[in-house]
Ligand binder design. Structure first.
Ligand SMILES: CC(C)(COP(=O)(O)OP(=O)(O)OC[C@H]1O[C@@H](n2cnc3c(N)ncnc32)[C@H](O)[C@@H]1OP(=O)(O)O)[C@@H](O)C(=O)NCCC(=O)NCCS
Length: 144
């Protein structure tokens, strides 16, 4: 357990995003793209210790039916302390509180090493009886 953590909502900065993205080992993207992406996402969770960013989870949702969760990162120095789980529980509670309808919360592009993390939260692996395995494509270039 780590003391002194504060959880925030919708307050992620470009610099904080870059810190976590870099720490996760993901390819850098331009600041302007980050700014626009943060502005467009309609719900996010942040975790800080004092002023230091240590976690984020971002969502795009129609608030009534489909929610996509992405950019779920806990800084490598702080992993294994239930921070990721707490962030995701806050995301799930947020939508449970505001939506009375059947809603699907979707994680796209989950790498196989992270699947056990999401399974602890109740996420089911695709494909299953209802969903295919998920599909995607990149446009305007290659990610790696
Ligand atoms: C995935 C990630 C967010 C997990 O954050 P975390 O704070 O370390 O996870 P937690 O401590 O909250 O773990 C919650 C549970 O998941 C399990 N877990 C977490 N990461 C795991 C992993 N990689 N493999 C297996 N189990 C894992 C924990 O053991 C714990 O289980 P328990 O509830 O039975 O004790 C973090 O490892 C991370 O930022 N990874 C790099 C970025 C990334 O890949 N993000 C996912 C993009 S889809």
């Amino acid at each position: 357990m780590i003391d002194g953590l504060t959880y925030g909502e919708n307050d992620l900065s470009v610099e904080e995003y870059k810190i976590l993205r870099t720490d996760a080992g993901w390819k850098p993207i331009p600041d302007e793209q980050i700014r626009k992406s943060i502005d467009a996402c309609n719900y996010s969770i942040t975790v800080r210790k004092q002023d230091q960013i240590i976690g984020m989870a971002r969502c795009l949702s129609d608030d009534v039916y489909m929610t996509y969760v992405y950019d779920v990162v806990v800084h490598s120095k702080f992993r294994g302390n239930n921070i990721g789980k707490t962030m995701m529980e806050k995301v799930i509670s947020h939508y449970k509180d505001r939506c009375d309808y059947l809603m699907q919360i979707v994680l796209l592009a989950v790498t196989s090493d992270v699947e056990p993390f999401y399974k602890t939260l109740g996420f089911k692996r695709y494909p299953n009886l209802i969903n295919g395995s998920g599909m995607g494509m990149w446009i305007n270039g290659k990610p790696y």
